[in-house]
Design a protein around this ligand. Structure first.
Ligand SMILES: [Zn+2]
Ligand SMILES: [Zn+2]
Length: 596
């Protein structure tokens, strides 16, 4: 069962749906002339949309919430009644939005949430206390099942009736409700924490990246500290690829229309591509994907079965059209670099290749400090290319790979691309949020379109199998995930500045320089804070910059030729030999350890 279905059958879902009704009752008591529309449960809570004579204030929310608690304590039962459309219209005679919904139900086209329905559903009314709503349920038995202390109204936002900007703008009140007080507390903590970890905020505070209006929306500028992290991640991954039998390639950012015609991108993906540029009368397109270039490299030689598999990897920068409204920090951008690879192999090699790719993916992600994964297996959609038997075999190969790696997984029936089934790997970050990163996809389409061949053992030409895979996905998006996962407090190996040397007074400067120099010679990334600020201010700033190690140098340290270590986690080691600190730092780096 899909997660959403499980949620819809849960008690929590009923609690939230019931809380939405109670909220609507409270709002309409406050605004008797108000009109109410729809109010479903959503992930983490519920909302209800209202058409009210004035804008709601924070005071209103407080009052509504208070009134909700009173209603809840009244232990009012929820009662369902089946009514005819005529009765329903009588009940909601002064509620134009409800009348519109009833008409939709009557015609059997839309349900009470405005979703299309196949068959004409029955019209039901749920009632509690003095409140009636057009509703299919389900609800809790009575209002006391909503915990008054596990309930909170969050905010008000504008929302168009039926989500259509041609319609009237309504006021949407968001609320959250939980089974236990602790669940509410945990949820609010997570929200607070997510705000603190927002990569756009940390990107600025830690000087990692920016977006410039002059450059254009959705185009990322990597600042030195952000770029340092990217270099470290790329270097690690580049070596790991080499150890895993990949070959690195580079390809250009643009290609002839002819190429994108052959690949089918101009037929199937044009809305994701930018307008062409004219080069000597011929249209060229910025690449939305790297695949055709790798295919051309494969095609540049006659391949024998002995040459396979070939695994081409590239940090390939692609450009995809995204509307400005959906752009978001690093996670939704217009130009990004994929850690992309294409595997060309014989049919009898593909199962092992899939398994290796998944193994490799998990290894790289774990090395980055991500440890919780969930796999999604997407199978054959209605429209597809290739033959069914190959699809079946490919899906089974993907499934066996997931199971062999003991990953929890869900099957997305029919969710594959038209050209092949795939595994998507989502990681859970420190706040339990899921991010889709890796993908491993079969392709039954491109080898055909490009006429790929290899000469088999039988001396005859055969079509190779092709697999697309990206591990971190897009470097931009992955960086956004990393920032939020670590809250900007990167592990030592990844930290752009690993150590800051803090002299207490000017007379310690020479020794501080010497210490910094020695650390640099050991390969550590070091900053020296020479400002004439007080030590505490320097420590505070280093702490804000989330630098793992601070080496404080005063008279004692200078005279003994030692350092005092302050660690980002607050622990301290006074007057230790520099070599002891170097050994500690190097150990953490070598192990890419999470601990400091
Ligand atoms: Zn309802
Ligand atoms: Zn590809």
């Amino acid at each position: 069962m899909a997660e959403q279905e499980r949620y819809e059958e849960s008690h929590l879902y009923k609690i939230r749906h019931s809380a939405a009704h109670v909220m609507a009752q409270a709002v309409l008591e406050l605004f008797p002339e108000g009109k109410f529309t729809i109010g479903p449960p959503i992930e983490n809570g519920f909302y209800y949309d209202f058409d009210l004579p004035r804008n709601l204030t924070p005071d209103d929310l407080e009052q509504i919430e208070k009134r909700m608690r009173q209603i809840i304590q009244g232990k009012h039962a929820f009662k369902k009644t089946i009514v005819s459309a005529e009765e329903a219209k009588r009940i909601f005679a002064d509620q134009p939005y409800k009348l519109e919904l009833i008409e939709g139900l009557e015609k059997g086209r839309l349900d009470e949430y405005g979703n299309p329905v196949q068959e004409r559903p029955e019209i039901s009314i749920y009632e509690h206390d003095t409140f009636f709503d057009l509703c299919r349920g389900p609800h809790v038995e009575n209002t006391s099942e909503i915990r008054p202390d596990a309930l909170k109204l969050m905010n008000v936002a504008g929302a168009y009736w039926r989500g259509d900007e041609k319609n009237k703008m309504l006021q949407r009140i968001y609320g959250t409700a939980w089974e236990k007080v602790d669940d509410l507390k945990g949820y609010l903590w997570k929200l607070e924490e997510a705000k603190k970890r927002d990569h756009r905020r940390l990107g600025k505070e830690l000087d990692l990246f920016s977006v410039s209006e002059d450059v254009g929306a959705g185009l990322i500028l990597w600042h030195p500290k952000g770029a340092m992290i990217r270099v470290l991640v790329e270097d690690f991954s580049r070596n790991a690829h080499l150890e895993n039998g990949y070959e690195w390639v580079f390809s250009p950012h643009i290609g002839r229309a002819y190429l994108w015609q052959t690949s089918g991108h101009l037929d199937f993906y044009k809305e994701g591509m930018y307008s062409p540029m004219d080069i000597e009368g011929e249209p060229y397109y910025a690449k939305p994907m790297n695949c055709p270039f790798h295919i051309e490299i494969f095609k540049s030689h006659l391949r024998s079965y002995r040459d396979l598999p070939r695994r081409y990897a590239e940090y390939g920068t692609v450009y995809r059209y995204e509307r400005s409204g959906v752009l978001h920090g690093l996670t939704r951008v217009r130009g990004f670099t994929q850690d992309d690879a294409h595997i060309f192999c014989r049919p009898n090699q593909v199962e092992e290749e899939i398994s290796r790719a998944l193994e490799f993916s998990l290894y790289v992600l774990r090395s980055m400090g991500l440890t919780e994964f969930k796999a999604y297996l997407s199978t054959m959609p209605e429209k597809y290319v290739g033959n069914t038997a190959n699809w079946e075999k490919a899906i089974e190969a993907l499934r066996r790979a997931i199971e062999a790696h003991n990953l929890p997984y869900q099957v997305d029936e029919g969710g594959g691309a038209f050209y092949g089934p795939k595994i998507d790997l989502k990681v859970m970050d420190a706040l339990g949020r899921e991010w889709q990163l890796s993908t491993i996809q079969f392709d039954f389409n491109l080898p055909e379109r490009f006429g790929l061949e290899y000469i088999g053992e039988d001396g005859q030409p055969h079509q190779p199998y092709m697999v697309h895979r990206a591990l971190l996905g897009s470097m931009e998006r992955f960086f956004g995930v990393l920032i939020e996962h670590f809250g900007g407090a990167f592990p030592v190996w990844m930290a752009p500045v690993q150590t800051v040397v803090i002299p207490i007074a000017d007379r310690h400067l020479d020794y501080a320089h010497e210490v910094a120099q020695k650390l640099r010679a050991e390969g550590l990334r070091v900053e020296l804070d020479e400002r004439s600020e007080r030590m505490n201010a320097k420590i505070r700033d280093a702490q804000k910059q989330k630098i793992p190690y601070m080496l404080v140098i005063g008279d004692n340290e200078m005279n003994a030729g030692r350092v005092s270590l302050r660690v980002r986690d607050g622990s301290q080691q006074n007057n230790i030999p520099l070599a002891e600190f170097v050994a500690r730092a190097k150990d953490r780096i070598a192990r890419r350890a999470a601990e400091l």
